[in-house]
Design a protein around this ligand. Structure first.
Ligand code: AHM
Ligand code: MG
Length: 331
């Protein structure tokens, strides 16, 4: 049951000290994610599961829902007058707002439906978004999008799980809103989220263990040794293979999430994308008191060199991430 102490997203934003156009953009993104939530909920009923038969620029097979959700975000946001351009994990190049439409000063970057391998098996998936500001609303180019994560003005995700949950930051803490399926409003259900500094839970795709670098292997080996090992405690492991769901768990009860560089493709810095996945999640995690690094340095300080750049990601409870960083710096 919601009441006056649990404001809707709109009321919550009215009370925040942030530019009105940024608030309007967050409300629009939330509306798009409500539409995505409806599409995801219908799944096979609308024949929208399965492969689209196409690939994205990163050589990954696109699912029908990858394309549908990308189009929802593009169509809903193109004519708001709030944006100068958009960029998506599912599009080869940036999408500048066409000249015949009103423009604004923000750039919207997104992974429209993260966790592709989970779409067809009815496991939680999500939308991740990042918002940058530009002084160049006309004729934006790729270089306008290549800003380090600490220049983001907002970031968040919407998790399509047992509940649909919007989590975002505008640089003053992390707040979570649950979609009320009757009113279709996002209602504040958790504010000023804080990640516990310590944890007994780690999250990594263990099938890649033989390909990891020494510091990650050392850290995980020590977790696996449990009470009998150097950490003197037993650890639990979770891997949902949807970054949104794994990071949501970390934000909710702590933990460490890792998708590190590995030897499968040594020239690829990692699997996850810096601009659409790592930067927005790192902004959230740091706002919630956690840390997010690529091994040696904070992800938010990395200067991107191209749109679809990938990065190694280690994020979550402060003391655990600091330990992994120490192992990297020593090696
Ligand atoms: P996607 O954007 O194509 O869905 O890929 C990103 C996803 C993350 O959500 C998740 O953490 C990771 O890929 C899972 O990868 P793997 O299947 O290698 O475990
Ligand atoms: Mg993704």
């Amino acid at each position: 049951m919601t009441n006056s102490t649990t404001p809707s997203l709109e009321i919550f934003l009215q009370q925040q000290d942030a530019p009105e156009h940024l608030k309007a953009l967050l409300i629009q993104v939330a509306k798009s994610c409500d539409s995505i939530s409806r599409a995801v909920n219908r799944g096979a009923l609308d024949n929208i599961l399965g492969s689209a038969g196409s690939g994205n620029i990163q050589g990954e097979t696109q699912q029908k829902l990858d394309i549908i959700t990308n189009n929802i975000l593009l169509d809903d946001n193109v004519s708001t007058g709030l944006l100068a351009g958009m960029a998506s994990e599912e599009m080869d190049t940036i999408y500048p707002i066409p000249d015949n439409l009103p423009k604004g000063k923000y750039l919207l970057l997104f992974d429209p439906l993260d966790g592709s391998s989970n779409i067809d098996v009815n496991v939680s998936i999500g939308t991740i978004f990042s918002i940058l500001e530009t002084n160049q609303s006309d004729a934006v180019t790729e270089s306008d999008f290549l800003k380090s994560g600490n220049l983001q003005v907002a970031a968040g995700y919407v998790l399509y799980g047992p509940q649909t949950i919007l989590t975002f930051t505008i640089g003053s803490g992390v707040h979570m809103f649950t979609l009320d399926p009757s009113s279709r409003s996002f209602i504040l259900t958790k504010s000023n989220v804080l990640i516990p500094e310590d944890t007994k839970e780690f999250s990594i795709n263990m099938s890649n263990m033989r390909h990891w670098d020494t510091p990650v292997k050392r850290y995980v080996d020590e977790c696996l040794s449990g009470k009998e090992g150097p950490r003197n405690k037993d650890f639990n492991m979770r891997w949902i293979a949807s970054m949104v769901a794994d990071v949501h768990r970390v934000l909710t009860r702590g933990g460490i999430f890792m998708y590190p560089w590995d030897k499968r493709d040594p020239n690829k810095p990692g699997k996850l994308r810096l601009l659409y996945e790592a930067n927005p999640m790192s902004f959230l995690v740091e706002q919630a008191g956690g840390l997010s690094i690529n091994g040696t340095k904070p992800i938010l300080t990395i200067q991107p060199s191209h749109l679809h750049e990938r990065v190694s990601v280690i994020l979550g409870s402060k003391n655990e991430v600091a330990l992994v960083q120490e192992y990297h710096l020593k090696s």
